[in-house]
Design a protein around this ligand. Sequence first.
Ligand SMILES: [Zn+2]
Length: 251
Amino acid sequence: MPTPIIQDLLTLSHEIGREDRGLAILGEGNTSVRLSDETFAVKASGTCLGNLKEEDTVECRFSALLPLLEKESLTDQEIDNALLASRVDPRAKKPSVEAIFHAWLLTLPGIKFVGHAHATAVNQVLCSPLARLFAAHRMFPDEIVCCSVASVLVPYTDPGLKLAQAIRQKTAAYIKKLARQPRVILIQNHGTITLGASWQAVLTAMLMAEKAAKVFVGAAVLGGPVFLSGKNVERIAGRPDEAYRQRALKM
Ligand SMILES: [Zn+2]
């Protein structure tokens, strides 16, 4: 039987991997959870979120992966070696190459779970010239409650070390500018990352980002979108009843 925390990771994975949701199919996407100050568990490379099992997760050491972020460049072989060396159990499967950005995001204060998907509607926007507008604006109140006041936008970057470095740079700039943690990170021509204190928060942000992308595409067809004003966005973000709803959603 998996431990309760690994069971939470499997539940999150199965929810993101549900085929009817169009968030991740086949081997797409990955998930992770912080287990302690020293280690985290992440989906193994090549496994499927929709039916992820305990043996498809790998416990990795932060101390083996975080220093990679300081390297100018590494060969694919050096990255592979570092991923394999980060495993607590050498018999475990190979961690996803995206384990490097999971490791860094899991060091942010209050972040315990991270999810990543190649969501269909979000990717419609991220593969269009309008990605920046989608990341910077909000269209309806629930989008603010579940996805915060704006999303981090990361330009397309080679998956692996370069992508992890770009995510770190753009996320740190967002936190500095907005003085809050992001709930959603968007990678152009690639997909969605959501992060939170619970698996429910990660799933909620993932589902709402996908819904917002559908609304965005539909509104664009009709000559929009019409965005909420900055004042209205801040008002919703600061309302006590919305904070209550966030707690109810385990956000
Ligand atoms: Zn990906």
